[in-house]
Design a protein around this ligand. Structure first.
Ligand code: LEU
Length: 846
């Protein structure tokens, strides 16, 4: 298939003035009647509508049947000669099959519930329509079904037995359309907006799940209040509905007034959800709600601008989480995610700009680069223009573009207009792929300290040359006794090489560079001996304090891998000091004790010109963990006992941080006691975090069979918990047994592979077990390839997404490369492979 190009954008030659849809729902024969009021913008143009897998029943123009119009595979075209010069009405009736829709795009069924997923291009599987985000129209929807609950976007207009009508007053693109019909119950609440409107809030779930919605509702109410306080944005409909469904390709979707969620991002109770689940729920509820302004009121002109809504909305959900929880801890977690997912993408064959300029299948561009790097770019903008400049620019953005389908150019223009800054060079962050490497040298002479930076971005597919970017480098300077002599200051680097001088210092300072992770770059600093340990002990910027320990741990691990060195004493001493320091937030201490992931080490070694050996990395990490455990042995039992939370369960950040540190200590203790303490902790666990965390320790110690069996029988029937049961076994399988363990799990009667969550709980976890996935036998590569081939004919979107497990294949040695390439070629050669997966595999192999 031909790629779609940004350069080819042309406006749609018609306006859609009104959309009226009637759905007669039926599992295999749903009828969709659409009435579109259209006006030509420029006469003499043909009308092209998208439509896929639709059976056309009838088509009329201004009431007269149109004969001789035959749809092609992707839609239908009405020649200009058939169309009036002024406004006209086009009516179409089509038939679709929700029950057979296993791709989960368009209208489909999940556990007996009718639901929709239209972003990016799912609406064309519902009816013929100009399915592009710059076509915005008001929708009226009538649903006819005997299901008890019938929902669509906007406000309820009228209903009776077997039918309901919804009117959405806000013009919207088709990707924000939604419909739900099912036997659902609501967990309800309210929110009074700052202008005094009282809005009922409903979270709709399957009967039996309603007692696990309280946290999501609370998160929604906090999100609504926060968006008013921080961005001045108020909710704009009479009701807000959220629906949880079990079968969903992604996390959740911001359909206007009717958000649809993967149930794992709604349902939570102490005994079934981990702290990570609670945190994700809070964040995604906020994310989808925030889209109401950044995405819905202002949408994207075309899908190349996807980061306009996703990067900004991730940035907003991150800010929200800083305010709800510990800001430094959240920032460290965001940095970890960015490196693990986006840096990995940016350094491999799938690298693409935050605003891409070509795609074959847009579903393949819902990536860490668009989302996470898109958010980092906004963080940099904010740092450069300051908090007030940012606020002024955002106010102008909402003022100027409300109701628009906008572009990155529009976005940058509001910053230029509001702050007077020229952002031409900054724009490269949107157009150029790749992660810059920032190297730094320092010099001390006659009381003057000089920092010299050099930036270099390695080539990425299709972009060999990378001109220098604007890099905001947040810097602090400490004097040798740990006092800050230069508080955080933002240096603006715009050249390929640039020096900054600091005068009037009485002693050579220790630099704390890139505080708060002020730019998404790799900092290459050959730190003098002792500098990292010093910063781990003294840096006043918590993110950089953590980063110092992290960088030291990576250096030590690299030496352990390549030179079989012993674990360095200064690292162990530094981590011990942090672990013992009761004045520090337990969540922060837990993050410091978490050693770098094996994939992260492989990425680092590869970027340094080495061929990473997954077995050696695994072994070195195990040795370092053991050494840390031995070093901390005297304090572990006391920490574990002292960190137990008193009183009833709280999902909040403080209690969760204590659980995180306690489990980190339990993980270390397991290295010493073979799992004795973990077995006790598992037996006593009063919540899912503790239960699953202790179970993972037991599996790491080669134990846990009885606990696994008991866990399964206790939670049989709870899909989300059974997902965890699958996942923990794969994540914690011994590397040389991974393919065997995962293969056996795919034979388990509960392995419902058509359910994306269940599929991911085994096949997604497979690739996260680094040493196991890259085991020299190649067994895991071929197991994954087998399953991707199988899933592709059922669900292309999830298959394509999961193929990214292979995106790092060229890092490894010749034998592993050959096996990975063979697995990829086997997928590529599959007759009838979806466009989604074909594009991904082709790019990964290229
Ligand atoms: N717009 C969604 C989000 O909030 C993604 C969509 C593809 C389900 O991330």
């Amino acid at each position: 298939p031909q790629p779609t190009l940004l350069a080819d954008y042309t406006p749609f030659p018609f306006t859609v003035d009104q959309v009226a849809l009637t759905f007669r729902l039926h599992p295999t024969r749903t009828r969709v009647l659409s009435r579109l009021a259209l006006t030509p913008r420029t006469p003499g143009q043909p009308l092209r509508l998208q439509g896929e897998n639709l059976t056309l029943i009838s088509l009329t123009l201004n009431g007269s049947p149109l004969t001789g119009i035959a749809p092609d595979a992707e839609g239908l075209t009405l020649p200009a000669a058939l169309l009036p010069e002024g406004p006209f009405t086009l009516e179409a009736e089509v038939e679709i099959t929700p029950e057979g829709n296993t791709a989960l795009e368009g209208l489909y069924m999940s556990g007996g519930i009718y639901c929709t997923q239209c972003e990016a291009e799912g609406f064309r599987k519902i009816t013929f329509y100009p399915d592009r985000p710059d076509v915005m129209a008001p929708f009226r929807v009538r649903i006819e079904s005997d299901m008890p609950v019938l929902l669509s976007n906007g406000n309820p207009a009228a209903s009776g037995p077997g039918w309901a009508e919804w009117v959405d007053p806000w013009p919207k693109p088709a990707y924000l359309f939604a419909l739900v019909a099912g036997d659902l119950v609501a967990h309800s609440g309210r929110f009074t907006t700052r202008s005094g409107r009282d809005v009922p809030l409903h979270i709709w779930v399957r009967p039996g799940d309603q007692d696990r919605c309280a946290f999501a509702l609370d998160a929604l109410q906090r999100s609504m209040a926060w968006d008013e306080q921080v961005y001045g944005r108020e909710y704009d409909l009479d009701v807000f509905n959220i629906v949880a469904v079990d079968d969903f390709n992604m996390g959740a979707m911001e359909n206007k007034g009717l958000n649809i969620f993967n149930s794992k991002l709604v349902l939570a109770s102490a005994d079934t959800a981990t702290d990570a689940d609670y945190e994700r729920i809070e964040r995604v509820i906020a994310h989808e709600y925030f889209h109401n302004w950044t995405g819905n009121r202002i949408t994207c002109r075309d899908w190349f601008q996807l980061c306009l809504k996703e990067g900004l909305t991730v940035f907003r959900d991150q800010q929200f989480m800083f305010d709800m929880r510990s800001a430094p801890v959240k920032r460290i977690e965001d940095v970890l995610t960015l490196r693990a997912r986006q840096f990995r993408e940016d350094m491999g064959p799938l690298a693409h700009p935050v605003r891409p300029d070509a795609y074959v299948e847009i579903n393949n561009f819902y990536t860490a680069t668009i989302y996470e790097k898109g958010a980092e770019v906004i963080g940099m903008l904010k740092r450069l223009v300051g908090d007030d400049g940012y606020r002024a620019a955002l106010d102008l953005y909402f003022d100027r573009h409300d109701g628009d389908a906008a572009t990155i150019e529009d976005w940058l223009k509001v910053f230029e207009d509001a702050t007077g800054r020229d952002l031409a060079q900054f724009k490269r962050w949107y157009t150029d792929a790749g992660t810059p490497r920032l190297s730094v040298e320092d010099d001390w002479q006659d009381g003057t300290y000089t920092l010299s930076f050099r930036q270099m971005t390695p080539p990425t597919p299709g972009q060999p040359d990378k001109p220098p970017r604007v890099i905001p480098i947040a810097l602090g300077l400490l004097n040798p006794n740990g006092d800050e002599v230069l508080p955080t200051t933002v240096l603006e680097m715009t050249e390929g090489q640039q020096s900054f001088r600091f005068e009037g210092l009485s002693a050579r300072p220790v630099p704390s560079i890139l505080r708060g992770f002020s730019a998404p770059v790799v900092l290459d600093r050959i730190a003098p001996a002792g500098e990292r340990a010093f910063l781990l002990a003294h840096d006043t910027d918590p993110v950089n304090r953590w980063e110092a320990g992290r960088a030291l741990a990576k250096e030590v691990l690299a030496q352990m891998v390549t030179e079989r060195a012993e674990p360095a004493a200064d690292l162990l001493a530094g981590l011990e000091a942090v672990a013992r320091d009761d004045t520090l937030d337990p969540a922060f201490r837990a993050l410091c004790l978490r050693l770098p992931a094996e994939d992260d080490m492989a990425q680092t070694l590869h970027a340094g010109g080495m061929v990473p050996d997954p077995d050696a990395i695994h072994a070195a990490r195990q040795r370092l963990q053991l050494a840390l455990a031995q070093r901390l042995a005297p304090v572990l039992p006391g920490l574990i006992a002292g960190l137990a939370n008193p009183g009833p369960f709280s999902p909040g950040a403080v209690a969760a941080g204590r659980r995180a540190l306690r489990l980190a200590c339990l993980g270390l203790l397991t290295r010493l006691d073979g799992g004795a303490a973990a077995a006790r902790a598992h037996a006593e666990a009063g919540n899912m975090t503790d239960s699953l965390g202790a179970l993972a320790c037991l599996l790491d110690a080669g134990r846990g069979a009885a606990e696994l069996a008991a866990f399964h029988s206790r939670w049989q029937g709870n899909r989300l918990v059974i997902d965890k049961w699958f996942m923990v076994q794969v994540l914690h399988a011994a590397p040389d047994r991974l393919a065997e363990v995962a293969g056996a799990l795919t034979q388990h009667p509960d392995f419902d592979w058509k359910n994306p969550n269940r599929f991911r709980s085994v096949m997604g976890a497979l690739a996260e077990n680094h040493a196991g996935f890259h085991n020299a036998s190649g067994a895991a590569y071929s197991l994954l390839a087998d399953w991707l081939i199988r899933l592709d004919s059922v669900n292309p979107q999830t298959t394509a997404r999961m193929s990214t497990a292979f995106e790092t294949w060229t890092r490894y040695d010749a034998s592993r490369r050959a096996m990975a390439a063979e697995a990829l070629q086997r997928i590529a050669a599959r007759p009838g492979l979806s466009r989604d997966t074909a594009e991904m595999v082709e790019r990964i192999l290229r």
